[in-house]
Unconditional design. Sequence first.
Length: 235
Amino acid sequence: MTKTSAAPGLPGVSLTSSAVETGDMTQRINALGFWNTSATRHAPIEDVQGIFSGSLVAALGLYVLASAGLLTGSTAGVAFLLHYAFDVNFGLAFFLLNLPFFWLSWKRLGMAFTIKTFVAIGLTSVLSDVQSRFFSISSIHPAWAALLGGLLLGFGVLALYRHRASLGGVGILGVYLQERFGIRAGLVQLAIDLCVLAAAFFVTTPPVVFYSVLGAVVLNLFVAINHRADRYIAL
């Protein structure tokens, strides 16, 4: 005999005990908190909004870091180093530094991932350069910039990962290693980011490096905790 019970917090919605036990629910109410148990692919329009939103939030995070004179890791960190040391345009440097990684992306992660990543990098490069035309940050404590900038970058990167895209560079390598060997992308990025930030001692002061490391840790721990293939199954 099959028992029925009300869904928690959903008056009028009942679930059979067998459906609950097997996870084979025939009626799912995703908008009210139920998740699918099989992978569903993002529609093209969902990819468009996801990649644009992720790129915009990531660019905002980079702008917050730059407003406090901080850096980050990966190719964005190298672009920051070039910008601070030689006054190179950040957006252009960020875009050019990512070009060599597209070979790995094309060979190992496929054409769709590569195209989406190329678009995301292009958008982030442009958006990071035009932020100051729309608003400015006159004063921000480096610790707050590290926390806020790191979280914004984390949200942006996570959105891109979940739409099978990245911000290139180490992000491409991280996604490849996670899909091929099960090594978390966030932890891969954290290790490489720390190496990039160590080089910052040659162009800036120890306090700036300290807060930059804090921002990188916030970013990568956020991605490592939340980017889990066993928890998020949409593609």
